[in-house]
Design a protein around this ligand. Structure first.
Ligand code: ADP
Ligand code: MG
Length: 397
C-alpha cells in the first residue's frame, strides 16, 4: 500500500513535527561532523516544508545516551551544519520537551526551523512511552516521518506520535519505500540479488525472502564460505557457521527447484592471516589452503558475476564481496560497483557497509538508490513491515 506524503496534504502555515535521522558520525578529536550525508538527505523535505510556510520542528536521536543527558551527544553541531546547508538560522532547544520547547515553538514564524534536543536523553523515547509521544505530538498539527534509517524501531518519535497526529511520509522516506518496495513487488526482470557481508546468519531472512523474486542470486563475502563448505569445499581458517549448513543447502535446493540461478565464487583471494598487509593469492575454490583466510572473490568470479549482471534490469545489492576495509581485498566489491554503475537498470543498494564502500569508490550518484538505512533496508528486504512506515496514512485511490 502506498503511503501519503507531504505532497498529499494541506500544509500551509502548519506546525509540523518532522522525525529526521540526524545520527551523523562525529570526528572523535575535533568533534566535527565527519559525514553530513544524513543531514543532506533530509534537506528536500525540510526545504519543501519551509517553502509551504510551515513552522518546522525537527527531532532526531543522536548516539546512544541510554535515556540520560550526555553532553557529547547534544545536537548542537548538527544545528550548525543544517543552518549552513539551508542558508537559514536554525533555532535549537536544550531538551526535546518541556516549557522551553513550548515557548520556542510558540515563537516560531512561518517558514522557520527549530531543532529539538536529542530524543534519546529521555528513556521514554525508546520505550515508546504513550505520554512522552503525546507530549511530542502536542507541539504540532502534523507529523512527518523522514527517518527511514530508524523506521525499523517502534519508538515514541517514530511510531507512538502517529497515534495523536495525522502522519505522512517525508520525501526521503517516500524515495526509500518506493525503490525498495518496487524491487520486491514489481521488479523489471531479469532481476539479480547480490549478497555478501560477513555472516550468512545476518542474512537468512533476506535470502529466504528474495529467493522467490529473483532470477539470479549471487553470493560473495564471508558468507560464501558456509555455502562452499556445504558443498564439500575446504575453506581454510575462515569461519563456517556449522548450524547454518542445513539452511544454505536447503536454499540451494529451493533455488534449483524455482529455476533461480544461485552463483557462488569459483575462485577467491586468500591471505595468510586476517589482516591487510599480509601475503595473498588467488586460488580456485577447490584449492583453498588449510592455513589461509578467504578475503575476497577472485577474478574469474568477478567475470562470471558481472557477465550475469550485464543482462539484468533490476539489481539489489546487500553486503560487500570481500574485506573491502583493506585496499588489497576490495577488488571484488569495486568491480561489482563499477559494473552496476554502467548498467541501464534499476540498481538498489542497502546495508551500512555496502553504502560506505560505494561512497569510497565515488559511485553513490551512479546508482538508482543507495539506502540511508542499514538495518532498516535489511528488514525491508526481509519482507518485514517497518513500524515507522506502518503508522503512516495510506494513500487514497
Ligand atoms: P552491510 O552493512 O552492507 O549489510 P555486512 O554488515 O553484512 O554488510 O558485512 C560487512 C562486513 O563483511 C565488512 O566489514 C566486511 O569486511 C565483511 N566481509 C566481507 N567479506 C568477508 C570475508 N570474506 N571474510 C570476512 N568478512 C568479510
Ligand atoms: Mg553492516
Amino acid at each position: 500500500m502506498k503511503k501519503k506524503t507531504i505532497r498529499d496534504i494541506e500544509l500551509k502555515d502548519r506546525k509540523v513535527l518532522v522525525r529526521v535521522d540526524f545520527n551523523v558520525p562525529l570526528d572523535i578529536e575535533t568533534h566535527e561532523i565527519s559525514d553530513d550525508s544524513r543531514i543532506k538527505a533530509a534537506i528536500p523535505t525540510i526545504q519543501y516544508l519551509i517553502d509551504k510556510g510551515c513552522r518546522v520542528i525537527l527531532c532526531s536521536h543522536f548516539g546512544r545516551p541510554k535515556g540520560k543527558v550526555v553532553e557529547d551527544m547534544r545536537l548542537a553541531p548538527v544545528a550548525k551544519r543544517l543552518s549552513e546547508l539551508l542558508k537559514l538560522p536554525v533555532a535549537s532547544t536544550k531538551d526535546c520537551i518541556g516549557i522551553e520547547v513550548e515557548q520556542s515553538v510558540s515563537k516560531l514564524k512561518s517558514g522557520a526551523v527549530l531543532l529539538l534536543e536529542n530524543l534519546r536523553f529521555h528513556p521514554e523515547e525508546e520505550q515508546n512511552d504513550p505520554d512522552f509521544a503525546r507530549t511530542l505530538a502536542g507541539l504540532a498539527d502534523v507529523y512527518v516521518n523522514d527517518a527511514f534509517g530508524t523506521a525499523h524501531r517502534a519508538h515514541a518519535s517514530t511510531a507512538g506520535v502517529a497515534n495523536y497526529l495525522p502522519a505522512v511520509a517525508g520525501l526521503l522516506m517516500e524515495k526509500e519505500i518506493d525503490f525498495l518496495g518496487k524491487a520486491l513487488t514489481d521488479p523489471i526482470h531479469p532481476f539479480a540479488a547480490v549478497t555478501g557481508g560477513a555472516k550468512v546468519s545476518d542474512k537468512l531472512a533476506l535470502l529466504e525472502n528474495i529467493l522467490n523474486k529473483v532470477d539470479y542470486l549471487l553470493i560473495g563475502g564471508g558468507m560464501c564460505c558456509t555455502f562452499l563448505r556445504s558443498q564439500g569445499y575446504g575453506i581454510g581458517q575462515s569461519s563456517v557457521e556449522e548450524d547454518k549448513l542445513h539452511f544454505v543447502k536447503e536454499l540451494a535446493d529451493k533455488a534449483d527447484r524455482a529455476g533461480v540461478q544461485l552463483m557462488l565464487p569459483v575462485d577467491v583471494v586468500v591471505a595468510d592471516s586476517f589482516a591487510g598487509d599480509v601475503p595473498f593469492k588467488v586460488v580456485n575454490i577447490g584449492e583453498i589452503p588449510d592455513s589461509s583466510y578467504v578475503m575476497d572473490i577472485g577474478p574469474y568470479t568477478i567475470k562470471a558475476f558481472t557477465d550475469e549482471l550485464k543482462k539484468c534490469k533490476t539489481v539489489v545489492w546487500n553486503g560487500p564481496m570481500g574485506v573491502f576495509e583493506y585496499p588489497a581485498f576490495r577488488d571484488g566489491t569495486k568491480a561489482i560497483a563499477q559494473q552496476l554503475a554502467q548498467l541501464d537498470a534499476t540498481t538498489i543498494l542497502g546495508g551500512g557497509s555496502t553504502a560506505e564502500a560505494i561512497d569510497e569508490f565515488g559511485l553513490t550518484d551512479r546508482m538508482s538508490h543507495v539506502s540511508t538505512g542499514g538495518g532498516a533496508s535489511l528488514e525491508f528486504l526481509e519482507g518485514k513491515t517497518l513500524p515507522g512506515v506502518a503508522v503512516l496514512q495510506d494513500k487514497e485511490h
